[in-house]
Ligand binder design. Structure first.
Ligand code: ZN
Length: 165
């Protein structure tokens, strides 16, 4: 999944999350989601974040391979400690975005090693898309509509400027 698709699908999932939990659809929450949705690809030097990682991506790819450890539930749990220690809208978005990224790749043909490093098997959904192909474009389009629909029907725009507690 390209980084734009990760951002859009994660924001859509985040918008949905705000309608079923007490998470607020604030700029800081959405900002956290956007950043969080980019982080797992820190294991690929050519990814959007990898190209801005000052060489860290190269080291991680060498150590764990692309779509290795950073795409596992264990990595997500460790990453989520950020929220545990600094609970706020932004870190909440960060953790949600990270998980949504893994979910996005779960629907791709190559799958993700959910239980790495214990079990390196890559899991994927029954129906998958190929990165950069029409399937991904349709997912992107659907996510854009979903954001529009969720924001409009739930009046999420009224929460955008809510102050962090
Ligand atoms: Zn990824």
């Amino acid at each position: 999944m390209r980084y734009q698709t990760h951002i859009i699908t994660s924001v859509a999932a985040g918008a949905y999350l705000t309608t079923v939990t007490d998470a607020p659809f604030t700029f800081t929450f959405v900002g956290g989601i956007i950043v969080g949705s980019l982080i797992p690809d820190i294991d690929e030097p050519n990814s959007y974040i990898g190209r801005r990682s000052f060489g860290i991506a190269k080291l991680i790819k060498k150590a764990f391979g692309h779509r290795g450890l950073t795409h596992s539930l264990l990595a997500w749990m460790c990453f989520s400690l950020i929220y545990y220690f600094y609970p706020n809208h932004f870190t909440y978005g960060l953790c949600a975005g990270y998980l949504f990224h893994i979910a996005g790749d779960f629907f791709s043909k190559r799958g993700v090693p959910l239980f790495s490093p214990i079990w390196k098997k890559k899991f994927k959904f029954l129906i998958t898309y190929e990165t950069g192909k029409i399937g991904e474009k349709l997912i992107m389009l659907a996510a854009i509509f979903a954001i529009g629909y969720l924001v409009y029907t739930n009046q999420l725009y009224t929460q955008l400027f809510v102050q962090a507690p």
